[in-house]
Design a protein around this ligand. Sequence first.
Ligand code: ASP
Length: 332
Amino acid sequence: MKKILLIQTGGTIAMSAKGEGVELNPEAWSDTLVDRVTELNELAEIQTHPLFFEDSSDLNTSHWKELAKCIRSNYEQYDGFVILHGTDTMAYTASALSFALMNLAKPVILTGSQVPLSSIRSDARRNLINSVEMATTDLHEVAICFNDHVYRGNRTTKLSIGDFDAFGSPNFPIVAEIGLNIEMNSNLPTPAAPLDVQPKFDNSIVVLTVFPSLNTDFLMKLDLSKLKAIIVRSFGSGNFPMKGEFSLLPFLKKCKENDVIVVFISQADYDAVDLTKYPAGRKALEVGAISGGDMTLEAALTKMMWLLGNYEDSDIIKKLYLSSLAGELSSN
Ligand code: ASP
């Protein structure tokens, strides 16, 4: 039987009903797991590891680091890993881990639920069983398993607050579909080198959403001395205001003067940014901006945080950013 490590980090799956809402309940968690999902032991030999208990909104780079280190220290003893996690930032953690765990040769499956495991109508039981089953396969990537779908972690985004079908991967096919049979569709090459865990991230980065009438005065007054990168969520294929007081160009020039790397992604979920298509994008290229292609916000952000944490030279960072490091980016 395969050996699976079930790592607990919190989220709704680990919560209990409280009044009209829900709240974290670390004490009740292990009993609930045993009561509700005894069948898990028919799928694999499971060890549980309560790493931390947080609403995923409170997770940060130190938790990503702890998770990566936990997988590294248990890597040889287990065939696969299931991480129980809140849905709110699950796609950020999955993306971050995909960069921190290079040459991954085993499944790392993140899952959670919209309704606590302790509630009768919970989606947790199905997600847990599916995830443990996926962790026994030969998938070798960080994935999110939710509502009978398995997505590449760094291609995934949370799409729904209230639906059991909470996630999607707009620019990448589903990695596995769990029905009567499990249809697998992963295309990551099997790594030739051993697992390489580099769990460093640098948060000297901000995300800027462009919108009509964005007041550029605020931007021009920002102190950029401590900032290393900015992710611009632009319109469509890489557009932004170019005229008069609303022009973003002076700010982009200021970023260049301050050695701040500027990445353009899109507010549209589907398809890729193309900075060569419209005049705005071409101007952005002229002032040194780069394209995030078809990456999700979560991948675009965590990839830059990871590169900033592991490399100094901004030319090397930009070059690596433009290539796919863990299947997060389609080639154009
Ligand atoms: N706030 C919760 C969390 O992300 C939501 C959930 O798990 O669905 O931890």
